[in-house]
Design a protein around this ligand. Structure first.
Ligand code: THU
Length: 141
């Protein structure tokens, strides 16, 4: 598990903070930044992007993942999520599902922008009984 003292963690934190500054969060006033590390060492960042039709809004984690996937990255090792809550903010269910689909072994690091508290999890700890493609193609019925 990546430690907060590790330069890679600090680099993810820097990228996530920059992304958080760009959040389009005028409806919720809840700005989130995410930084996703791929297996080539590249960091893909994202912020939440909200819509006046609220349900169309997209979380920072999925913005980062979609940016990365759409540009050809396909293996991811770590994601760091920052929000300004006293306790670190975990990813929503939809983001856990997308991470499961594209990065099932990823480490998920949560960082509070106000207290500096941080927690690290394996995705499988956050999403222990996932739906995934193994359930399609005959696993259903
Ligand atoms: N949000 C994220 O971007 N990531 C999370 O992990 C939790 C929630 C966003 C969605 C919405 O724009 C705002 O935060 C409030 O829910």
């Amino acid at each position: 598990m990546l430690q907060a003292t590790d330069p890679t963690y600090q680099s993810l934190l820097t990228h996530a903070k920059k992304a958080q500054q760009l959040a389009k969060a005028s409806y919720s006033n809840f700005s989130v930044g995410a930084a996703l590390l791929d297996n080539q060492g590249k960091i893909w960042s994202g912020c939440n992007v909200e819509s006046s039709s609220y349900g169309l809004s997209c979380c920072a984690e999925r913005v980062a993942l979609f940016k990365a996937l759409s540009e050809g990255a396909d293996i991811f090792t770590h994601i760091l999520i920052i929000a300004d809550t006293e306790e670190p903010t975990p990813p929503c269910g939809a983001c856990r599902q997308l991470l499961q689909d594209y990065a099932s072994s990823i480490e998920v690091h949560l960082h509070s922008g106000v207290s500096g508290k941080h927690e690290g999890y394996l995705l499988q700890e956050l999403y222990p009984h996932p739906f995934d493609d193994g359930k399609l193609n005959g696993g259903g019925k």
